[in-house]
Design a protein around this ligand. Structure first.
Ligand SMILES: [Zn+2]
Length: 475
């Protein structure tokens, strides 16, 4: 005799007869499939063994199902002796039912599905009405508290999937909340029952590395990185390296990053967890660390912050470096430095970022500077941005590091579109690309040990990957 207990929350003692009947039908289908499996196991166990296990019939399953269910784990008893199922097998027992069609009711085979996109300003009632459903349908669907609460959060652009039978009566409603989460609402007689289905996202780690030939962007692409990851990589080192002007041929990078999988299928990238950038022979390494308060930042292997009070470059290299030519840069710069600023040749309209937090002390234009913005940072530092096509901030405004303050142009006394950038400390012009910048907070001393424990294995893996990679390249 077999005792089966399904852990599914869908079995409840007190539901209406119609639903019970429906569930029983559903269970029988599942049980016979499981029973088939058990027979196979029984045969396997019986061979070479004196104990024989009686054949299993659907009747026995049916009978056992109506008995009180007490055990949590699927177990079966042969000749009065209880045999514990091997772990793998018990996994299968639990999984098998989910692989069967969820709803064997005959009329549901004729369900017509219609996908509806939520528009801006939409309410559930408006969506229902637009698609030919009544206010009573809305009422019935949202009677279930899970459905009510979840459907209140629908946003423009999201999708609802309506399923109707041949009489145009609403039978199912699916709402995709996230890539791994769906609200499934199904008619059960006169009412609707809602269930949230969430599948876990599996995080794996991937390694990539590359050497720069013409640009970080194309090297990143060649290494299989998405645009997003390339930007993230540059952002990690953006306080140390000017990715517009300082990157050279044979600079190299390596990184370990997260990849996300759902049901074994790749769905996207996560964060970079460790990275290295070699710029003109200087090695920069960074590791992502989430502190006890849950805040994640990048730190050097010693626990110093990668973040600094100023960005090295106030423009995004992604707009510029696709046609970057290392050989061309230096002589131009040398000449330009004479006029106490740095020029970033960039297309008109390229966004310009505030290099650091501060206050706008000038937003104006004249015949030499064209349209320009000056920002005061603390007491001693002023940054200046000249020749803009358009300014995005006004006098007196507070700005955050990385905030767009204007766009590259060719206004004022210029020969072509570029950003002229100056970094002034106590009235003296300094080279923003080499000036020593104050760092943000290092890892808290109370967390130093935890940081070491978490970061060391990551940095070691990064190194090991690189060694393997260069060995593979040498062979
Ligand atoms: Zn200039």
């Amino acid at each position: 005799m077999i005792k089966q207990d399904y852990k599914s929350s869908r079995i409840k003692r007190n539901f209406p007869t119609a639903r019970l009947f429906h569930h029983l039908k559903l269970r029988w289908g599942e049980i016979s499939a499981v029973a088939g499996g058990i027979t196979l196991l029984a045969i396997a166990l019986a061979s070479g063994d004196e104990d024989t296990i009686p054949p299993i019939t659907a009747d026995e399953n049916q009978a056992s199902f109506s008995e009180p269910l007490t055990s949590d784990e699927p177990k079966f008893i042969a000749n009065g002796e209880r045999l514990e199922l091997p772990l793998k097998w018990s996994d299968k027992l639990v999984e098998a039912p989910q692989m069967l069609p969820d709803n064997p009711k005959p009329n549901e085979e004729l369900i017509t599905e219609k996908e509806v996109t939520v528009r801006s300003g939409d309410t559930l009632s408006a969506i229902f009405k637009r698609n030919g459903f009544s206010a009573r349908d809305v009422y019935l669907v949202t009677k279930d508290p899970v459905a009510e609460e979840t459907l209140r959060k629908i946003r423009p652009g999201q999708h609802l999937l309506f399923g109707t039978d041949k009489n145009n009566q609403l039978q199912t409603l699916y709402y995709t909340i996230a890539v791994n989460e769906t609200l499934q609402i199904k008619r059960e007689g006169e009412e609707f029952v809602a269930e949230l289905k969430k599948r876990p996202i599996e995080i794996r780690q991937a390694f990539a590395s590359g050497s720069i030939n013409d640009s970080l962007f194309s090297a990143g692409k060649q290494a299989g990185l998405s645009d997003n990851l390339i930007v993230k990589l540059a952002n990690i080192f953006g306080w140390d390296i000017d990715f517009v002007l300082d990157v050279r041929k044979n600079d190299s990078f390596a990184l370990i990053y997260q990849t996300k999988y759902l049901d074994g299928e790749y769905i996207g990238d996560g964060e970079i967890v460790a990275a290295q950038f070699v710029n003109q022979g200087n090695i920069y390494r960074a590791v992502r660390y989430t502190d006890k308060d849950g805040e994640a930042n990048y730190f050097t292997p010693e626990g110093n912050s990668m973040r600094k009070a100023f960005l090295r470059a106030p423009v995004n290299f992604m707009y510029i470096s696709s046609n970057f030519n290392p050989g061309r840069l230096h002589p131009v710069l040398k000449k330009r430095r004479a006029h106490r600023g740095i020029d970033y040749a960039a297309p008109v309209g390229t966004p310009i970022y505030a290099a650091g937090d501060g206050k706008v002390i000038a937003s104006s234009s004249n015949q030499y500077n064209g349209k320009y913005v000056f920002i005061q940072h603390g007491n001693s530092i002023v940054t200046k941005y000249l020749h803009m096509s358009r300014r995005a901030v006004s006098y007196g405004k507070r700005v955050k590091q990385g905030q767009v303050i204007g766009y590259v142009g060719a206004t004022g006394l210029v020969s072509g579109p570029h950003l002229h950038y100056e970094f002034v400390v106590n009235g003296v012009h300094r080279n923003p690309r080499t000036v020593k910048l104050p760092e943000a907070q290092p890892v808290n001393s109370s967390e130093k040990e935890r940081f070491q424990k978490k970061s060391e294995p990551l940095l070691a893996s990064l190194e090991a990957y690189q060694r393997l990679n260069s060995l593979a390249a040498a062979n």
